[in-house]
Design a protein around this ligand. Structure first.
Ligand code: NAD
Ligand code: DAU
Length: 362
């Protein structure tokens, strides 16, 4: 079997569902169920005997050692993390705890397990660390896209914590020979994304009649990848990636934030027309994110050449699917926007100029 950490979050749950749908082997899913983890994401595999869920912390060394001993996975895919840049700005400590210390403890438990495996199993074992393009810092408008050899220059506490975890993974390969794989991916979007991130936040606020809070001038550029394409890339890296290697994953799809928000508004105008002005009228430019990276772009040439992976979705097809999913899953959205979410919205947006109207959550 394989062990997945963070498999109740956005990308992790998409990975688990895809893995099982494609006839994959049994999977042990270790997730602490923080605000971002949601068992509702996994409801469709509830009766599937190949999915074993354990609620727990990657930093609980005893728990992880016991799970490894008992289930003897052939690979670990490490998704679990604190993942939201704005939260890292308002409270960096948890990012150090989970992303740095948690990853370190997980690596220690895995190293102890791996070292006792019979030679053939040890050679075939893989630790796949799921990371981000944000470790490379920010680009100017004409800079070349990030490649695997770019120097690390993380700018937010989130990016710094992911960079630190990448360095530990690298060191465990270099020093102990642990067969690691690291992937650095660009911005994902798709089903089950928590509505604190740009695309699902804008969809939810638009349908609520609330403000669509665009940070700064909205000209920051991100490279967008449909989550299903990320999952396919991870399966391929697990299958054929070179131990010790890093692979950048991206969609060749750079867009300014304001273009993304316009595309969402126009798609919603067509799908859920409303009286009066269209959804674009709800856009509000608000105080910028401190230290906001201006541009990310991924050169995904290595994974294409070496492993033959390419994204299957364009931004248009991915966005269409994503919007349809959110429109069909109003119950899921309502559930995740209760409780802690309201406090988060108040905390992050309450002090941004002119933004009381971003707050009402039904
Ligand atoms: P997410 O915030 O939606 O999910 C994180 C999951 O990890 C949640 O289910 C949470 O309960 C779990 N978790 C958190 N702390 C834990 C702990 N101590 N022990 C066990 N489980 C814990 O995140 P996501 O967007 O799905 O991102 C998954 C991974 O992919 C992260 O490592 C992130 O850095 C990376 N990544 C994300 C993106 C993106 O666009 N979302 C892009 C590139 C890389
Ligand atoms: O690049 C990969 C990263 O992408 C992942 O590692 C992170 O886990 C993931 O959260 C994402 O980080 P971003 O900061 O790029 O994503 P976010 O959706 O928070 O923001 C996307 C852009 O939209 C960013 O430039 C900030 C802007 N934004 C975001 C929010 C939430 C707004 O203008 N308004 C908003 O309310």
């Amino acid at each position: 079997m394989i062990l997945v950490t963070g498999g109740a979050g956005f990308i992790g749950s998409n990975f688990v569902l895809d893995w099982l749908a494609q006839g994959g082997e049994p999977l042990l899913n270790l997730d602490q169920l923080t605000y971002a983890g949601n068992l509702e994401n996994l409801a469709s595999v509830e009766g599937d005997a190949r999915h074993l869920f354990v609620r727990g912390d990657i930093g609980d060394s005893e728990l992880v050692a016991g799970l490894l001993r008992q289930h003897r996975p052939r690979a670990v895919l490490h998704f679990a993390a604190e993942s939201h840049v704005d939260r890292s700005i308002l409270g960096p400590a948890e990012f150090v705890e989970t992303n740095v210390v948690g990853t370190f403890r997980l690596l220690e438990a895995v190293r102890a397990y791996w070292r006792e495996l019979p030679e053939g199993e040890a050679r075939a074992f893989r630790f796949l660390h799921v990371s981000t393009d944000e470790v490379y810092g920010t680009l100017g408008p004409d800079d070349a896209a990030f490649s695997e050899t770019n120097a690390y220059a993380p700018n937010s506490p989130y990016a710094a914590s992911k960079a630190a975890s990448d360095h530990f993974v690298r060191a465990y390969h270099h020093t102990y020979g642990l067969p690691t794989l690291t992937t650095n991916c660009s911005n994902n979007y798709g089903p089950f994304q928590f509505p604190e991130k740009l695309i699902p936040l804008m969809i939810a606020n638009a349908l609520d009649g609330a403000a669509l809070p665009v940070y700064g001038d909205g000209r920051q550029v991100r490279d967008w990848l449909y989550v299903g394409d990320h999952c396919a890339a991870l399966r391929r890296v697990l299958e054929a990636g070179r131990p010790g290697a890093t692979y950048n994953i991206g969609g060749w799809n750079e867009k300014a934030n304001i273009e993304v928000v316009h595309a969402l508004c126009d798609a919603l105008d067509a799908a859920v027309p409303k009286a009066g002005a269209g959804y674009r009228a709800q856009i509000k430019f608000v105080a910028d994110r401190p230290g906001h990276d201006r541009r990310y772009a991924i050169n995904a040439g290595l994974i294409e050449r070496e492993l033959g992976w390419k994204p299957a979705h364009t931004f248009e097809t991915g966005l269409r699917r994503t919007i349809a999913w959110y429109l069909d899953h109003a119950g899921w959205v309502a559930n995740v926007r209760s409780g802690e979410y309201k406090k988060w919205m108040e905390r992050n947006y309450g002090d941004r100029d002119g933004l009381r109207s971003a707050l009402p959550v039904k």
